[in-house]
Design a protein around this ligand. Structure first.
Ligand code: NDP
Ligand code: 2IT
Length: 444
């Protein structure tokens, strides 16, 4: 049995109740076969795969808070510090009722490779809670965030572990958490990213994941002799990543015609109105029915369905496993040329395989959505030097990073004889950097 298969078997046995984590590990290890085969003796002796698939440590804790009726509520908090070979742990905090340890581990595992791809010195981690922010008052959100940070603050720090936003965690939540960290630890430091601009946040961080996704997509298209001009794009999600992906797509002369939330989706043939979407989702925190009601030509549908709309490019930007095999078949039948993942692991393994086998240029989330965490690392740099860079300066760095990521993964795929397999290319490029650091640092 090959080293990869041996380790996959052990990981499956040890984590049988964590399907998302197993999916993420299977995708990565499968695609690393060419590198592992070429270095099997060295990696096996040093237990590289066993070490990289086992988190450094994982925290689970009680988060008690009081709701607006005076009732005490209890949620479960998580922080998984996965690997800090190349820098302090870095990764977002997800607040969603579906959150469990397996989901946080899948996200933390992916973050190791993504963060290595950014070219910046950050390790991999992730956290969150099964708390549901939907329908909560600002006071309830603050009560939860303060309680969550009261425990989390023991494990993080500007040079230790630097959390940020993810699903359900935006500027409001980061603000409340930062305030509580400062209050308990008495230290004003860059312990979180995605902060407000008046207290150490970076320009472009809000837009970074969506913008970065489009910068990478544009480079992918350019390298295949295509431009973004006039392209029709299907986007899923209606949150931070989706909104700024749509905005940048329009700035590039393409037209994004769909978006979705957890209850339904919109097809707007005139192109999604970004100002209206922002008003509905960022300000009112309302459902997409409100968007559709304000746009005469927009159709609203309950459930899921964005991938049935004919498009040149598909950008899944909502959540994991939202683009299934049947969706992949529909996209191919409709002539879709490229799929780039704004979300983390939105495409199932069989759907990915189908897209790749049918000639769709497919770039996975570890590369395509790395602009968010890359700009977080730029926020950390600005905090360390106690300076703020201009929008243009950060945006130029972000563009440069995304173009570099594309070429690094394209080169890695070519080096290992899997040209055009951007999933393998990204995993290989990220893995090579982390492994070199792990080997240099000895058994730890
Ligand atoms: P948000 O909370 O801002 O938005 C998530 C969007 O997806 C919402 O519109 C939400 O609907 C929708 N959605 C649909 N189905 C689900 C579901 N089952 N679970 C959760 N959300 C659902 O999150 P982000 O935009 O920040 O994150 C989207 C994806 O991008 C996630 O996979 C995240 O991990 C990834 N990502 C985020 C980065 C960032 O910087 N924020 C960086 C890199 C990746 P509704 O409006 O009804 O809640
Ligand atoms: O999945 C991700 O990369 C994020 N949610 C962003 C993490 C970060 O630290 O900015």
């Amino acid at each position: 049995m090959s080293y990869v298969d041996e380790v996959l078997e052990v990981v499956q046995k040890k984590n049988a109740d964590q399907p998302e984590f197993l999916q993420a590990v299977t995708e990565v290890l499968d695609s690393l076969r060419p590198v592992i085969d070429a270095n099997e003796e060295l990696y096996k002796k040093n237990a590289i795969l066993e070490r990289i698939t086992e988190p450094d440590r994982q925290f689970m804790f009680r988060v008690p808070w009081v709701d607006d009726n005076g009732q005490v509520q209890v949620n479960r908090g998580y922080r998984v510090q996965f690997n800090n070979a190349i820098g302090p742990y870095k990764g977002g905090l997800r607040l969603h009722p579906s959150v469990n340890l397996g989901i946080i581990k899948f996200l933390g595992f992916e973050q190791i490779f993504k963060n290595a791809l950014t070219t910046l010195p950050i390790g991999g981690g992730k956290g969150g809670s099964d708390f549901d922010p939907k329908g909560k008052s600002d006071r309830e959100i603050m009560a939860f965030c303060q309680s969550f940070m009261t425990e989390l603050c023991k494990y993080i720090g500007a040079d230790v572990d630097v959390p940020a936003g993810d699903i359900g965690t935006g500027a409001r939540e980061i603000g409340f958490m930062f305030g509580q960290y400062k209050r308990i630890r008495g230290s004003y430091e860059g312990v979180l990213t995605g902060k407000g601009l008046t207290y150490g946040g970076s320009l472009v961080r809000t837009e970074a994941t969506g913008y970065g996704l489009l910068y990478l997509t544009q480079e992918l298209m350019k390298c295949h002799g295509e431009s973004m001009e006039g392209k029709t794009i299907c986007v899923s999600g209606a949150g931070n990543v989706a909104i700024y992906a749509i905005q940048k797509a329009h700035q590039m002369g393409a037209k994004a015609v769909t978006c979705s939330d957890s209850t339904g989706w919109v097809y707007d043939p005139d192109g999604i109105d970004v100002a209206l979407l922002k008003e509905v989702k960022e300000v009112k925190r309302a459902r997409l029915t409100e968007y559709a009601a304000a746009r005469p030509n927009a159709q609203y549908h309950e459930g899921r369905g964005v991938w049935q709309i004919k498009c040149d490019i598909a950008l899944p930007c909502a959540t994991q496993n939202e683009l299934l095999l049947e969706d992949a078949k529909q996209l191919v039948a409709n002539g879709c040329k490229a799929v780039c993942e704004g979300a983390n692991m939105p495409t199932t393994l069989d759907a990915t395989k189908y897209l790749q086998e049918n000639g769709v240029w497919f770039v996975g989330g570890k590369a395509a959505n790395a602009g968010g965490v890359a700009t977080s690392a730029l926020e950390m740099s600005q905090n360390s030097e106690r300076l703020s860079w201009s929008f243009e300066e950060v945006d130029a760095k972000l563009q440069n990073i995304m173009v570099t990521i594309y070429h690094n993964l394209d080169d890695a795929a070519k080096r290992y004889g899997v040209e055009g397999d951007y999933v393998a290319g990204a995993n290989i490029a990220g893995f090579e950097k982390v492994v070199e650091a792990m080997l240099a640092q000895g058994v730890c």
